[in-house]
Write a new protein. Structure first.
Length: 88
């Protein structure tokens, strides 16, 4: 049962759409396609954006800004055991 304060049980891509604008995850995929990025890498990018949005309770990344990055990175490192690596 859904209460008035809890969001409906639907994917983040549906929640983040605005009238007349492509959905956020569709925008990410389109940008990756325009950059000729491999489909598997596109899927990974879309998944990371989705996880970031879900972590922040379905808020749009433009509302989260930089202050939301460190808590998300800490969460994935500590809770999900994702290791960080430095690019050369």
């Amino acid at each position: 049962m859904t209460t008035a304060t809890s969001p409906p049980n639907r994917p983040a891509s549906h929640i983040l759409s605005s009238a007349g604008k492509p959905k956020l995850l569709d925008q990410v995929r389109a940008a990756a396609e325009a950059a000729n990025i491999d489909r598997r890498v596109q899927n990974a990018y879309v998944d990371w954006v989705r996880r970031f949005v879900v972590f922040h309770k379905l808020r749009h990344p433009s509302e989260i800004r930089q202050r939301g990055i460190a808590p998300f990175l800490k969460h994935i490192a500590v809770q999900e055991h994702v290791s960080v690596f430095a690019a050369a």
